[in-house]
Design a protein around this ligand. Sequence first.
Ligand SMILES: [Zn+2]
Length: 192
Amino acid sequence: MRVNTVNKAQKVAGTCISCHESIDVGQGYYWAAAFRSPRVVRHIECGPFRASQIASNDKLSSLYSAQEAVEDWIEGSQGETFTLDDAQAVMEEAADAVEEVGEQYSEGASSIEDGFGHPTSQSEEMTDHADECSDWASALRDALDSLSEFDDSDDEDEDDTEKTDLTDEEKFDAWRQEVFTAMQDAANECPL
Ligand SMILES: [Zn+2]
């Protein structure tokens, strides 16, 4: 979707999709509108639109939201303590959302083919998208498979792998970055 920029609003331009405050006269804003949809607006100060906010349809918006959820979690977990299970749960949730979109593409393809009695270029494209979503969901689900829970090697108790202490901060940080990289790489595989 094309994003338009207004450097100085001539009148109140609506409610910012980011900060939920009004866009007042004199403020700069971005706006975009999908076909037959209300336009979305955002203060320039609040930064550019996220892909999910200006996707041209709901399926794309859901896919981009799944990607953004992973990125937001990474962003919010900088410097934080978490377990591999926590990270896996984020990836599972994203994968579920992506699979759901894949099913919508499949259903869309089936209903077109039922209507025409044969595949069309549009139904074939939707089938391709369904396959791509399914592949991406698997990539999200499997992204952390090669990593193991943070191992505090000073700790002899094998069951106690979730706890870290500050003296191991650097080790934990390295592990955390590995998790983030694996998550981000998988998130980047968004096919559409
Ligand atoms: Zn704003």
